[in-house]
Design a protein around this ligand. Structure first.
Ligand code: 5AD
Ligand code: SF4
Length: 447
């Protein structure tokens, strides 16, 4: 049972960086009302599930976690249970109707007034808030997460929502229309994080390359990259997620000019076949995608790429899938996330018909993932003997006396060293490559 001295909140986050970030903002705001975080739901006065609905599996995960938390309440724990995020936005009232012991349901746009919602729920109200806010005055939350202290890397949101209409994707309906966060706010947050010791900034949004385009007076994404790079103390910049159609020449030039931008880009391709891409409404072809990769490599020869794939999209033939397999090799992705197509409520792909059987989709996924593992291993092995500068993230979770850090290409290197190296840039030599990481030895400190 929770003790009475401090109010404790347990936040269970599912899904993407946007949700991680929203959870951090939720914690930061609740801290103002005296809430402290706990990692033990059994000790919590407030349990929040920040949910994801991108695929059916993600949604099911949240229902099973919720089952466990409801059990705590049934056993007598005095706890308010809230469901936030994308499933909350999608299902809304239905969640309150289905689960009598859930007190609070709110979507991503309600994060800015979570304190009021939680106060109401603590007073015994059952509350629902899934309204989308007015974009002109969208209240991006400025509070910095108390947990950001001592972190080496931090996310900074630069936009919310998404105006694309990819036919498979639920996000436009759960996160609403795109709005860019004013750049002065972004830069202030970056400065604040750097002052707390953060070295690596990851700019996040559903489609970061379209940053600022709706507001003529706002910086473009490329200009924003340059402004963040100019802040002293920012040692590395990453950004995600990018849409291949929107990688413009000025962004490529920023990669060429600024070493502080990571030499790694996550560029979701979804499929290597242009007909499938058309049915997904991605608005680029296989050739365009390859052209973007080529330009980025010309600008920054050490650049590596990761991606997302969907297999078994409605109507995907064997030959079309082979195009995806070929693209994997042609680009030589260092990692990828791949998924079986999952039909989502309200998306237009539902109307395409021509379903691929689960068996075929599963076999395709296995082939793709097997080949990706080979490519990842080959890449890590190709680094053996090279020198890398890594930003040390902290002690390895598996081995005592070992620390881990990432190079600009995002390669994870484990090497003997002690915790005091955390936050430093260190030169190491790679001694062995594995599928997901490499091992190395220390040469010298850079900073
Ligand atoms: N089914 C399977 N995968 C999906 N993604 C998005 N929507 C779906 C869906 N309905 C994948 C895409 C996207 C990543 C975040 O999730 O590959 O880039
Ligand atoms: Fe999941 Fe998409 Fe929502 Fe992120 S934005 S939590 S990936 S549904």
């Amino acid at each position: 049972m929770p003790t009475e001295d401090a109010r404790k909140v347990f936040v269970h986050t599912f899904g993407c960086q946007m949700n991680e970030y929203d959870s951090a903002k939720i914690r930061a705001q609740l801290a103002r009302d005296g809430f402290v975080g706990t990692s033990d739901p059994g000790q919590a006065h407030l349990i929040l599930l920040n949910t994801c609905s991108i695929r059916d599996k993600a949604e099911q995960k949240m229902h099973s976690a919720l089952g466990e938390y409801r059990l705590l309440k049934k056993r007598g724990q005095q706890v308010v249970i809230g469901i936030a995020g994308c499933v909350a936005q999608q299902e809304g009232k239905a969640l309150l109707e289905r689960y009598a012991d859930v007190d609070l349901v709110f979507g991503p746009d309600a994060v800015s007034h979570v304190r009021e919602l939680v106060r109401g729920a603590l007073e015994g109200q059952r509350l629902l808030d899934t309204t989308f806010l007015d974009l002109a005055e969208y209240p991006f939350v400025a509070d910095v997460d108390p947990d950001a202290t001592n972190q080496i890397g931090a996310f900074v949101t630069i936009q919310k929502g998404c105006d694309n209409k990819c036919t498979f994707c639920i996000v436009p309906s759960t996160r609403g229309i795109e709005a860019s966060r004013p750049s002065p706010q972004i830069l202030t947050e970056v400065r604040e994080l750097v002052a707390r010791g953060v070295k690596e900034i990851t700019l996040i949004g559903q489609n970061v390359n379209s940053y600022g385009l709706k507001t003529p007076s706002e910086l473009t994404f490329a200009q924003l990259l340059r402004a963040v790079a100019a802040i002293s103390g920012v040692e590395r910049i990453r950004y995600t997620t990018s849409h291949p159609r929107d990688i413009t020449d000025d962004v490529i030039a920023a990669h060429r000019d600024l070493d502080v931008i990571a030499a790694q880009l996550h560029l979701p391709v979804q499929s290597g076949n242009s007909r499938v891409l058309r049915r997904m409404k991605r608005f680029y072809t296989r050739e365009h995608y390859l052209g973007v990769i080529e330009k980025l490599r010309a600008a920054r020869p050490d650049m590596v790429f990761s991606t997302d794939f969907i297999v078994g999209f409605p109507g995907e033939t064997d030959d079309e899938f082979e195009d995806t397999m070929r693209l994997l090799d042609e680009v030589g992705f260092v990692t990828s996330f791949s998924f079986k197509y999952s039909p989502r409520p309200g998306t237009s792909a539902l109307r395409l018909g021509d379903e691929v059987s689960d068996e075929v989709a599963g076999a395709r996924l296995t082939r793709l993932q097997d080949r990706q593992r080979e490519l990842s291993l080959a890449w890590h092995r190709s680094l053996e003997g090279t020198e890398q500068t890594v930003l040390v993230e902290g002690p390895s979770r598996h081995d005592v006396g070992v620390v881990c850090g990432r190079a600009s290409t995002f390669v994870m290197v484990n090497f003997p060293g002690d915790e005091s190296l955390t936050g430093q840039q260190v030169k190491i030599k790679v001694t062995r490559g594995f599928t997901n990481s490499a091992r190395g030895e220390r040469l010298a400190s850079v900073t």
